[in-house]
Design a protein around this ligand. Structure first.
Ligand code: C2E
Ligand code: CA
Ligand code: CA
Length: 610
C-alpha cells in the first residue's frame, strides 16, 4: 500500500472508529439505564439483556453506592464471582501493571463522573486483551448517588488492527525499518528508562558514502534497490532487542541497549562498515558504497533524544571529515569544531567574490630531460585573519555545498587566464572535485571558459580522483569522452588510494595516471613498494596512458621512477608550488638552465637561486 492509503486508514481508525463507538456505547448506556430503571426486576429485561450479550462482545456492569460490584456479566471469567468486590480493585486485578488508563478510570469512578470509552489493557494468560469501559453514575430523584451502571466491550480485535496499522505507519515503506517518528519515540522511551532505572544506551548515526552519486547517475530506482539491500545488511548485524531506523534519504540510526559498553558499539560499527562496503549487483555490474558512523553514548554524551542525535551527528560529521568509511565516538570538542566549520563555510562564500582565493603552481617535469612541461594549479585561500589556508582546510567544506561548483569554475577560469601567458606551450593541470564534475554540465562549462579566455584546449588537463569512479557510471565516461573531443585531457589523480579496480580503470578513457605520493614514498625503502609502482607504470603503458608521479622528494625516487618508465615527475625535489608572482623568475631560470645545458648539474631548480 502507498503511504497515502496508510494515512487514510490511520485517520479512519483515529477518528471514525472512536466516534462510532462513542455514539453506540452512550446510546446503549442511556437506553439500558432507562430500560433497566423501568424494568429492572422483570424477567423480560433479563431475557433481552442476555440476548444482547450473547450477540455482542459487550456486557453490563453495575455497582452499589459504596462502589462494590452488583453485576458484572463478562462471559470470560465465568467461574469467579466479582460481585461484592470494589469495581476499581476488581478491574485493577485484571489489568496490565503498565496500563496508563487505569488511573484515569479510577479517578472518574471516585469522583462519580461519566466514564466514556476508557480502554484498559487486560493481561490475559496467553495474549493481551482490551476492554472499553463506559459507565454512568446513577443519581436518584432525591439527588443521592446510588451507584454506577455501565457497559464493557471487548475491543481486542479493534485494538490489534489499530496496532498493526500503527506498525505500518511507524515503518519506512522502502526498507521496512522503523521510521524517524517511531525512532524518536523509542529514543524518548530509552531516555525515560535511563532516568528511572539507570539503563544506559548508545545511539549510532549512519550515513552512506558515495550514495548520492549513485542516485544521481543511476537513477532513483537503482538507488532505492541499493538502499533496500544495504538496510537489510544493517538489520542483519543488529541484535534483536536493538532498533534500526531509516531517518530519511541514506541516513540510518541504531538504538543500542548497551549496558554502557562502548566496545560493543565499536564492534557493531566495524561490522556494519565492512558489510555495507561489500559490492552490490546492479544490472550485472558491481557497485560499491561506503558507510560512515557517528556514535553518542547516553548518559555520557547526553540523555535527551535531540541532544543524543545531534551529538551522534557531530561524530558522524567527523567520521566523514576523517576520510569516510570509519566510525567516530562523540567528543566534546566537536561542537566547537562544527561552529568553526560553519563560519568558514560562510566566509568561503565571500572569498570567491572578494578575490581572496589564489592559485599556486607546481611544475611537472619530463622524467628524462627534467624540462618543465607543465604546472599543476593548486588553490590557496588568503584569509584576512587566518592567513594562507591550504586546500585541505577548506575544499572539504565547499565539497558539501553548491560552493564546490562555483569554486571549481573559478579555478578553471583563473588557471586558463594565467596559463595563457606562459611561454613554450606549458600545460596547466586543474584539480576538479568529483561533486563538481557530476553535478554540473562540466563539458559546456569548460568549453565556455576556453572560448572566454582563448586558452588552447590541448594545454588544459583536468585531474579527477578515483572517488568519481565508485559509480562506474556511463555518465562519467561520456563526460570524459566529450572533454577529450573538445581537446582537453583528463588525468586520474591520487591513483591507488581509492576503491577502483583495474577493470574500472580500463573502461574509463583517461589520458594520464598520477601515482599517489604514498606510493612514491614507499619506493625508497620497500621492495613491495617498488614492485607496485613498477606494476602501475607497466599497466599504464599497456593502456596507453601517460604516467606522472607526484610528491617526488629525493633524487633516488626520481631515478627509480624514471627507470620504471614514468613520463613526468612532480614534487619538492623540483619545486614547491609557487605563487603567480614567483613564476616569471622560475621561467627565466629554467630557460637559463636549458641554455647552460647543465645535464650534470642536477640541483633542484628551485634551489639554484636560493
Ligand atoms: P593533490 O592533487 O594530490 O596535490 C598535491 C599536493 O601535494 C599539493 O598539496 C602539493 O603542494 C603537495 N606536494 C607536491 N609535491 C610534494 C612533495 O614533494 N612533498 C610533499 N610533502 N607534498 C607535495 P596542496 O596544494 O596542499 O593540495 C592538497 C590537495 O588539495 C590536492 O592534492 C588536491 O586534492 C586538493 N586541491 C588543491 N587545489 C585544488 C583545487 O583547485 N580544486 C580542488 N577541487 N582541489 C584542490
Ligand atoms: Ca592533483
Ligand atoms: Ca595526492
Amino acid at each position: 500500500a502507498t503511504p497515502g492509503v496508510l494515512y487514510l486508514l490511520l485517520a479512519w481508525f483515529f477518528f471514525a472508529t472512536p466516534v462510532t463507538a462513542i455514539n453506540i456505547s452512550s446510546f446503549f448506556v442511556m437506553y439500558s439505564k432507562a430500560f433497566i430503571e423501568a424494568q429492572e426486576q422483570t424477567a423480560l429485561s433479563n431475557t433481552l439483556l442476555s440476548e444482547f450479550q450473547k450477540n455482542s462482545s459487550d456486557w453490563l456492569w453495575a455497582t452499589s453506592a459504596n462502589g462494590n460490584i452488583t453485576r458484572f456479566d463478562t462471559p470470560e471469567f465465568g467461574e469467579e464471582d466479582p460481585n461484592g468486590h470494589n469495581f476499581i480493585d476488581y478491574v485493577k486485578g485484571k489489568t496490565d501493571v503498565e496500563d496508563t488508563n487505569l488511573p484515569v478510570l479510577a479517578k472518574l469512578f471516585s469522583t462519580r463522573e461519566n466514564i466514556r470509552d476508557v480502554v484498559v489493557k487486560i493481561s490475559g494468560q496467553h495474549s493481551a486483551r482490551w476492554w472499553r469501559v463506559n459507565g454512568h453514575p446513577i443519581i436518584e430523584k432525591d439527588g443521592s448517588f446510588s451507584g454506577y451502571m455501565g457497559t464493557c466491550s471487548d475491543v481486542t480485535s479493534e485494538k490489534l488492527a489499530e496496532q498493526r496499522i500503527l506498525t505500518l505507519a511507524e515503518s519506512d515503506t522502502l526498507t521496512g525499518l522503523m521510521n524517524r517518528t517511531a525512532f524518536s519515540e523509542r529514543l524518548t522511551q530509552a531516555g525515560a528508562n535511563l532516568e528511572r532505572y539507570g539503563r544506559p544506551f548508545i545511539v549510532l548515526h549512519l550515513n552512506f558514502d558515495g550514495f548520492k552519486l549513485i542516485n544521481d547517475t543511476r537513477g532513483h530506482v537503482a538507488g532505492d534497490r541499493i538502499l533496500a539491500e544495504a538496510s537489510e545488511r544493517i538489520a542483519d548485524e543488529v541484535r534483536d532487542g536493538d532498533c534500526v531506523a531509516r531517518l530519511g534519504g541514506d541516513e540510518f540510526a541504531i538504538l543500542m541497549d548497551s549496558q554502557g559498553d562502548a566496545g560493543a558499539a565499536a564492534r557493531l560499527a566495524g561490522r556494519l562498515i565492512s558489510e555495507v562496503n561489500q559490492p552490490y549487483q546492479l544490472d550485472g555490474e558491481e557497485v560499491r558504497i561506503g558507510l560512515s558512523i557517528g556514535i553518542a553514548m547516553a548518559p555520557l554524551n547526553g540523555t535527551r533524544p535531540d541532544q543524543l542525535l545531534r551529538n551522534a551527528d557531530l561524530a558522524l560529521y567527523r567520521a566523514k571529515a576523517d576520510g569516510r568509511g570509519v566510525f567516530r565516538f562523540f567528543e566534546n570538542t566537536m561542537d566547537a569544531e562544527l561552529r568553526e566549520r560553519r563560519m568558514l563555510e560562510s566566509e568561503l562564500r565571500d572569498a570567491i567574490n572578494n578575490d581572496e582565493l589564489v592559485l599556486h603552481f607546481q611544475p611537472l617535469v619530463d622524467a628524462r630531460s627534467l624540462d618543465t612541461v607543465g604546472f599543476e594549479a593548486l588553490i590557496r585561500w588568503e584569509h584576512p585573519i587566518r592567513g594562507l589556508l591550504s586546500p585541505v582546510e577548506f575544499i572539504d567544506i565547499a565539497e558539501n555545498s553548491s560552493l564546490i561548483s562555483d569554486l571549481g569554475r573559478w579555478t578553471i577560469h583563473r588557471a586558463c587566464t594565467i596559463a595563457r601567458e606562459w611561454p613554450d606551450n606549458r600545460f596547466v593541470a586543474v584539480n576538479l572535485s568529483a561533486n563538481h564534475f557530476m553535478r554540473s554540465d562540466i563539458v559546456a562549462e569548460v568549453a565556455e571558459i576556453l572560448s572566454e579566455t582563448g586558452f588552447e584546449a590541448s594545454l588544459l588537463e583536468l585531474e579527477i580522483t578515483e572517488s568519481l569512479l565508485i559509480t562506474n557510471s556511463n555518465d562519467v565516461v561520456e563526460k570524459i569522452n566529450s572533454l577529450k573531443t573538445i581537446g582537453v585531457s583528463v588525468a586520474m589523480d591520487d591513483f591507488g588510494t581509492g576503491y577502483s579496480s583495474l577493470s574500472y580503470l580500463m573502461g574509463v578513457p583517461f589520458d594520464k595516471l598520477k601515482i599517489d605520493k604514498s606510493f612514491v614514498d614507499s619506493v625508497v625503502d620497500s621492495e613491495s613498494g617498488q614492485s607496485i609502482v613498477r606494476m602501475i607504470s607497466t599497466l599504464a603503458r599497456e593502456l596507453d596512458l601517460k604516467v606522472t608521479a607526484e610528491g617526488v622528494e629525493t633524487r633516488e625516487q626520481a631515478e627509480f621512477l624514471k627507470d620504471v618508465g614514468c613520463d613526468q615527475l612532480q614534487g619538492y625535489l623540483f619545486s614547491k608550488p609557487m605563487s603567480n608572482e614567483e613564476m616569471p623568475s622560475y621561467f627565466l631560470k629554467s630557460t637559463k638552465n636549458k641554455l647552460v645545458e647543465s645535464g650534470a648539474d642536477k640541483t633542484p631548480l628551485d634551489q639554484k637561486t636560493a
